[in-house]
Design a protein around this ligand. Structure first.
Ligand code: UD1
Ligand code: CA
Length: 450
């Protein structure tokens, strides 16, 4: 990676009125992470050591997220919305003194890849004063058009200011622009508002740089990578593009997705080799599927790790803090939360295991419930290695089932069970010989008498 310093300025002032939302636009998630988070991650991955986020007056949620995901990020407020150059200049303090490279990104364009930002940085390193990210599209309406002569970008013409011939061009401005830091303020401070919208256009920096005899180039990216989000519909389109790419990556890395279009991944999902994912599976944030893990159909996972060869589902729900050890199993209609299920342990049917540790090779019978909550606090259940918990048992936490111990089916366990013991906590069975025939005779007679 280059030793040049790099500053990103992320424009996130859009209030997103068309989203019809209480959230700022850039706070809407794609693959479980707010759009702004995707852009901050791309910036980080391309080696940007400094990040500035420009929010609107109402963007408290934007500021909070920026501080959480990138504690060193500086947050600026653009008080009045007067154009993209005006927005960048709201972060003026971040540009004094400037980094070697300055990249302007949009917070509502979350699919931008670090590799692409790297190409913009390379262009600067090769002597460009400005490098603009362009894309080709069949439907250029609304975008700024890139006017290129002999490899030099001479101007960007906004739709509203373009001639008919310029409008026929299909090479468009993605909005991402990189500047040699030393000259950036010199360009931006000269931008005026003499255009159809009466705004300070960042894109005017291109013509100004040309007038100064500086090198200005275009770097091209695929249209899908630079799609912006203004509406919920566009949010879903961007989500779809992200999901298709993530599924392809998982498969390229050696996982089998039987029906990939029905599997939903998150920004941080980790999938190893020879993992099998059956149809209709959702991986929320924080999921790791190690090599050879199997996720049967209709599972929902969040904050969960499947160690090598662990198997879940069909119809399992793993909530945050779940670790399934090597070859551990969770079967149908099982919910597990904040629990360590050690290697080889099985929770095969209809159970809730929460705030628990289950030792290696333990067997948890059908319908076992850890009663972990008294309405006020949560308590832990510990189940020792090799323990056998009979079906339909309620384990009232805090409680410990010893190693190798047995729990009789249908027990309500409120006290610790020693290692190797059998605990039975249910009414003793009573058989009354001949009772059924006597009862029927008596009941039938009573009915006739009515
Ligand atoms: C801009 C580009 C256009 C490009 C298009 C790509 C300019 C003048 N035009 O046009 O060439 O093809 O993006 O999508 O730059 N913003 C602020 N403060 C402002 C104005 C905008 O923060 O005062 C932010 C917006 O929230 C948005 C981004 O900058 O994230 C782009 O602004 P927008 O008004 O959508 O620009 P376009 O007209 O689409
Ligand atoms: Ca736009």
């Amino acid at each position: 990676m280059s030793t040049r310093s790099c500053q990103v300025v992320i424009l996130a002032a859009g209030e997103g009125t068309r989203m019809k939302s209480a959230l700022s636009k850039v706070m809407h998630p794609v693959a479980g992470l707010p759009m702004l988070g995707h852009v901050l991650r791309a910036a980080d991955a391309v080696g940007a050591s400094r990040a500035a986020v420009v929010k609107g007056p109402a963007g408290d949620d934007v500021a909070a997220l920026a501080k959480k995901l990138a504690p060193s990020a500086e947050v600026f407020t653009q008080v009045e919305r007067r154009g993209t150059a005006h927005a960048v200049l709201a972060a003026r303090a971040a540009l004094e003194p400037p980094a070697d490279d300055v990249i302007v990104l949009y917070g509502d364009t979350p699919l931008i890849r670090p590799e692409t930002l790297g190409k913009l940085r390379e262009a600067l390193e090769l002597g460009a004063a400005v490098a603009v990210l362009g894309f080709r599209t069949a439907n250029p309406t609304g975008y700024g058009r890139l006017l290129v002569e002999d490899g030099q970008l001479t101007a960007i013409r906004e739709e509203k200011d373009a001639s008919a011939w310029e409008r026929s061009l299909n090479l468009c401005n993605a909005g991402v622009m990189a500047f040699a830091g030393a000259g950036v303020l010199g360009l931006l401070d000269r931008i005026g508002t003499d255009n159809a919208k009466g705004e300070y256009y960042l894109t005017d920096a291109v013509a100004l740089a040309n007038a100064d005899g500086l090198k200005v180039v275009v770097v091209e990216a695929p249209e899908d990578e630079v799609r912006g989000v203004n509406t919920r519909e566009e949010l879903a389109i961007v989500e779809g593009i992200w999901q298709r790419a993530a599924r392809s990556t998982a498969m390229a890395n050696g996982a089998t997705l039987v029906a990939p279009e029905t599997v939903f991944l998150s920004f941080d999902t980790q999938i190893g080799r020879d993992v099998l994912v059956e149809p209709n599976v959702v991986c929320g944030p924080g999921v790791t599927l190690e090599d050879g893990a199997i996720v049967h159909a209709f599972c929902h996972l969040e904050g969960a790790i499947l160690r090598r060869g662990a198997t879940i589902g069909p119809f399992a729900r793993l909530r945050p803090g779940t670790v399934m050890g090597e070859k551990a199993k969770a079967g149908n209609f099982v919910e597990i939360k904040n629990a360590d299920i050690a290697a080889g342990a099985k929770v095969n049917h209809l159970s809730y295991i929460g705030d628990a540790t289950v030792g290696a090779d333990a067997n948890i019978g059908a319908g076992t419930i850890t009663c972990n909550y008294d309405g006020i606090r949560k308590y832990r259940t510990e189940i020792g290695a090799g323990a056998f918990v009979g079906s339909d048992s309620a384990l009232v936490a805090p409680v410990r089932i010893g190693e190798g111990a047995y729990v009789g089916s249908g027990s309500v366990i409120t006290e610790d069970v020693p290692d190797g013991a059998l605990a039975i906590a249910r009414g003793r069975q009573v058989n009354k010989e001949g009772w059924a025939a006597a009862f029927r005779a008596k009941a039938t007679a009573a009915k006739k008498a009515d």
